[in-house]
Write a protein that binds this ligand. Structure first.
Ligand code: SAM
Length: 393
């Protein structure tokens, strides 16, 4: 493809991403995957260039842009090399009309920026949420050590602050590596690894991962527990939960799964009432801490979504409280940097549950926030997280 055709490709891909964001459709990653699948003529260099341009444009536009072309024109304002590629050539974009719309640059929708500023995030912190994320691995201690894994990799890496973590120093397609097939590692952000460590799950315990999704954190808990004790992964999303057994098999991890019906979680976990040593709640949230990976999700959030998610978060905390034995604990985690979803939720839980207290969040990174700790890309080089540890008296 010519450079101009790549720009036109990025415009068309962005149009599909913008449309999905407006309709609440598939994620940008999924759309890009499907888009390239139906355009086999694009070689790997074309794909990389088109994706790179599209993601740069997503990062630059704080609000949903009027069109893919308007988003690319925003990039062209600061990138002189792009302007001559609007050349009207056969597969390239039409020449620029000085009166046509250009997307507005910005970090996020105004209402969201306001919430972030109220959560004490300065402009540098918000800006860092839109930078590129590094690629972190977690060595699977059920099968190897991080030192042995690092030595076996052809790509250079360095240890992270997480117990089993490695950060790759160059980009790589890790899911094609034999070490991945053998279950020697998982791809997992350092912040996510630290959130799992904060639960302090140990061998022999009875542990629930209440919002396990596809099991990213459950696998880390299984490794911490050395497969001894009981580890139950729950979720209300069947498709996600179904991904756990094959992943657990590859990792050699012992994990039970249980699908929950929304609104009936406590009843469906009645056999676990007041029994768990520890419950991890990796609650559904706005995902403001993961914009480095999914920058278009900030176009999808609304105050109403934020409020309804906060209601679910509070309910999950109360459900978890009914599962924990006296002396047991909850680790409440959100990949969000908004206090509404993090520190305020933990504080509200403690206010309505006098038989619970805040415990220290044992973590080598982060800064105190309310009764918990906050990890941010700028301060800690991780995705953004809030983590609180709560203990039943
Ligand atoms: C942040 S994601 C979990 C990610 C997962 N722990 C991981 O590390 O990959 C939040 C999950 O909560 C689940 N969820 C939403 N409402 C729930 C509920 N009422 N009970 C249990 N899980 C719920 C969602 O389906 C989603 O998979």
């Amino acid at each position: 493809m010519t450079p101009a055709a790549r720009v036109q490709g990025a415009i068309e891909l962005l149009d599909a991403i913008i449309d999905a964001a407006r309709r609440g459709g598939a994620s940008a990653d999924r759309i890009a995957h499907e888009w390239f699948k139906s355009r086999r003529f694009a070689g790997s260099g074309d794909r990389r260039a088109i994706r790179d341009l599209a993601w740069r444009a997503i990062r630059a536009s704080g609000e949903v842009p009027p069109s893919g072309r308007a988003a690319l024109l925003l990039l062209a304002k600061d990138d002189e090399a792009l302007v001559p590629l609007f050349d009207g050539s056969t597969h390239g974009p039409a020449p620029v009309d000085p009166d046509e719309p250009v997307a507005r640059s910005g970090l996020a929708p105004a209402w969201l920026v306001k919430q972030m500023r109220a959560s004490d995030l300065d402009w540098d912190e918000i800006g860092a949420l839109l930078e590129r994320a590094p690629l972190d691995l977690r060595a699977n201690r059920l099968k190897t050590t991080r030192e042995a894994l690092a030595e076996s990799l052809e790509t250079p890496s360095e240890p992270t602050a997480a117990r089993d973590g490695l950060r790759l120093l160059t980009a790589a397609n890790v899911d094609r590596w034999p070490q991945f097939e053998q279950g020697l590692f998982e791809v997992q952000d350092t912040g996510s690894q630290l959130a799992c460590e904060a639960l302090g799950a140990s061998p022999g315990e009875s542990v629930i991962d209440l919002c396990a999704g596809a099991g990213g954190k459950t696998l880390a808990l299984a490794a911490a527990m050395d497969n001894r004790g009981t580890l139950l992964a729950c979720d209300t999303d069947r498709t996600r939960l179904q991904r756990i057994p094959p992943r657990a098999e590859r990792a050699g991890a012992a994990i039970e799964t249980r699908l929950l019906n929304p609104g009936q979680e406590a009843a469906m976990l009645a056999d676990w009432a007041v029994r768990a040593d520890a419950v991890l709640i990796d609650a559904p949230c706005s995902g403001t801490g993961t914009w480095r990976r999914n920058p278009e999700t900030r176009w999808r959030l609304t105050p109403r979504i934020l409020e309804s998610t906060a209601v679910v978060q509070a309910a999950l905390l109360d459900i978890a409280a009914g599962l924990v034995r006296p002396g047991g604990r909850i680790c409440y985690v959100v990949c969000s940097l908004l206090d509404r979803e993090g520190a305020d939720q933990a504080a509200a839980f403690l206010a309505r549950n006098p038989q619970w207290r805040a415990a220290d969040v044992v973590m080598p990174l982060g800064t105190p926030r309310g009764t918990g700790r906050r990890l941010t890309p700028l301060h800690d080089g991780t995705d953004g997280f809030f983590v609180a540890c709560l203990e039943r008296l």
